[in-house]
Design a protein around this ligand. Structure first.
Ligand code: PBG
Length: 326
């Protein structure tokens, strides 16, 4: 079939025709909303580098999660900003920690919201690295022991899914074994399987004050140049018992999302990270692009690339935009 008998424009003529042959449909149930939780009450502290996002105290986080749920967003993922940091990040596994408290209060007030919690140490350590340092290097296996403590403290608080994000070798096994030993076999694992050493985490590190004091994260996060390695990392996490595997960031790694989606049968998540959010916000605020259209195009593209779930700071505004769409 070729021109002039075949004319692809025939199916683009009206919205009804376009809708009929649309291959990817973004839906509010695809979204997970990330939230930053701080100690205190009544706090909504705007994050300068992420306009529209704020550090929330537990009460405000509960309200916000309920608002997300009312818009149809099925789940949230929590990040904690502790009272005080130390060398090993011990507040991360404190049963009375800010994330643990948020999980308990969320589950008590809105049990239908899927509550996930990021399990990492960079927000909790004085040096900003994602675990215990030995001789200036991230000590993988010592960090795994603490990670298991974090996973268990989240499970005791009632979390639905633990999300280890430190790119430690064996982090899924460490979480799964710890959870199963304590009979938390129904707590799932969202694995940050292919997480790249990306410049696009800048605004997040600002939000949680987690920029590494010394060095960078390239000794554990992946080299942006590699995609076959991502498939390998994902395969390891599948074997270790992950329930959902994730690629992060999303926009500059669409090919990786596709490669992973083609390789595994588990649900695939993609993290549309802080720098991606901030980029669209900044351009939108300057009137350099149509922000709403750019958000929906971006999220549709991430889904088209193969993501079943999208962690995105745009979740609430995208939910509102989708509800308005014809
Ligand atoms: C690590 C973690 C990071 C993000 C999520 N989990 C930061 C990092 O690895 O430096 C980044 C999320 C974002 O940029 O939106 N706990």
């Amino acid at each position: 079939m070729q021109f002039p008998e075949y004319r692809p424009r025939r199916l683009r003529r009206t919205e009804a025709l376009r809708g009929m042959v649309r291959e990817t449909r973004l839906h509010v149930s695809d979204f997970i909303y990330p939230m930053f939780v701080v100690p205190g009450r009544g706090i909504e502290d705007p994050i300068a580098s992420m306009p529209g996002q704020a550090r929330l105290s537990v009460d405000k986080a509960v309200e916000t999660a309920q608002r997300a749920r009312d818009l149809g967003v099925p789940g949230v993922i929590l990040f904690g900003i502790p009272e005080k940091k130390d060398a090993v990040g011990s507040e991360a596994w404190d049963d009375k920690g800010v994330v643990q408290t948020a999980i308990r209060e969320l589950k008590a007030s809105a049990p239908d919201i899927v509550v996930m919690a990021d399990a990492c140490f960079c927000e909790y350590t004085s040096h900003g690295h994602c675990g215990v340092l030995t001789g200036g290097e991230l000590d993988n296996d010592a960090s795994l022991e603490n990670l298991a403590r974090v996973a268990l403290s989240y499970a005791r608080a009632g979390v639905d899914m633990v999300a280890p994000s430190g790119m430690l070798d064996g982090f899924v096994t460490a979480c799964r074994e710890a959870l199963d030993e304590e009979n938390f076999d129904q707590v799932g694992i969202l694995a940050y399987s292919a997480k790249y050493a990306s410049a696009f985490y800048g605004p997040f590190r600002d939000a949680v004050d987690s920029a590494p004091g010394d060095g960078d994260r390239r000794g554990y996060q992946m080299d942006p140049a590699n995609s076959r390695e991502a498939v390998r990392e994902v395969a390891l996490d599948v074997n270790e018992g992950a329930d959902v595997v994730m690629v992060k960031p999303a926009m500059t790694y669409m090919d990786v999302i596709r490669a992973v989606a083609d390789d595994v049968s588990l649900p695939v998540a993609a993290y549309n990270v802080s720098g991606e959010y901030a980029t669209l916000k900044a351009a939108g605020e300057r009137g350099w692009l149509d922000y709403d259209a750019a958000v929906l195009e971006t999220l549709t593209a991430i889904k088209r690339a193969g993501a079943d779930l999208i962690l995105t700071y745009h979740a609430l505004e995208a939910a509102r935009l989708l509800a308005k769409e014809p």
